[in-house]
Design a protein around this ligand. Structure first.
Ligand SMILES: *[C@@H]1O[C@H](CO)[C@@H](O)[C@H](O)[C@H]1NC(C)=O
Length: 257
């Protein structure tokens, strides 16, 4: 729980209707001045867009020593190739310019993708140092029971994410009432081993009691994994038995070192 001592809480309301296109969060650190570092960032980003647009995941590196840059890009495993490449192109454009100009550690989160670079090699390591949490301003009815069922469906999604052959993506749903279905998604970056992925996801759901209790929907975004649940279909293929209603309003909390 040491993380909470470094808490920075931004209570802001997101107009979630635009969520698929706008970035959700960004994190930047390590200011630099070197032209070589910038050149390596540009090179890594171009590489990431080209290769991750094909398979939905890529790592890249450019340069050595003090100016060397490592990068990772990943789309949520359920989004289409077209949505994926659009998201990656947006991320690569925004990250080094408006999001994190002249920063050697830059990370950006979208609904459909995540992109990151750093001057240290982070690939294969779980990073839970930076968290963004979005939680619905509204609470569920029958909240104790609801939270219990969120735990059940989230365990299924997590188990699915660490099962071999699933590209670190887990999806599950559970009928809460005849009218309410809970949808859950768990995703790790694909550079993680299964055990490391499981640990990251478990750390993410440990945030639930502090931020997501009773909430109709909630997500925890780390740099190495994410978990999310909602009472409307949000992952693909969309549940055609339900209509996607208005998604509501969310508070955003950001935690970082
Ligand atoms: C929702 O539940 C949380 C956790 O119990 C509580 O702190 C909050 O005030 C509730 N919000 C509403 C809108 O009822």
């Amino acid at each position: 729980m040491a993380l909470f001592q470094r808490l920075l809480l931004l209570s802001l309301l997101l107009p979630l209707s635009a969520a698929a296109a706008d970035s959700i969060a960004q994190y930047c650190s390590k200011s630099f001045k070197s032209k070589q570092t910038q050149a390596n960032i540009d090179h890594v980003l171009a590489d990431l867009v080209a290769s991750a647009s094909v398979g939905g995941f890529a790592t890249a590196s450019s340069g050595k020593g003090a100016s060397g840059i490592y990068g990772l890009a990943q789309c949520r495993g359920d989004v289409s190739a077209e949505d994926c490449s659009t998201c990656l192109a947006d991320a690569a454009k925004k990250l080094p310019t408006t999001a994190c100009p002249s920063q050697a550690d830059g990370r950006i989160w979208y609904d459909y993708c995540f992109m990151r670079y750093d001057n240290e090699n982070f690939v294969g390591q779980s990073d839970t140092s930076v968290a963004t949490i979005l939680y619905n301003v509204e609470n569920a009815t029958d909240p104790q029971n609801f939270d219990k069922k969120v735990g059940v469906v989230m365990r299924r999604a997590r188990a699915d994410a660490v099962a071999p052959g699933n590209n670190a993506l887990g999806r599950a749903k559970l009928q809460f009432t005849p009218y309410i279905t809970i949808y859950a998604l768990a995703q790790c970056t694909r550079d993680l081993q299964q055990l490391t992925c499981a640990q990251c996801l478990s750390s993410a759901v440990e945030m639930f009691p502090d931020y997501c209790q009773h909430r109709k929907g909630c997500r925890v975004l780390y740099s190495s994994c994410m978990v999310r649940y909602e009472i409307y279909p949000f992952y693909f293929p969309l549940d055609s038995t339900k209509t996607t209603a208005a998604v509501g309003t969310y508070y955003k909390a950001t935690l970082h070192p």
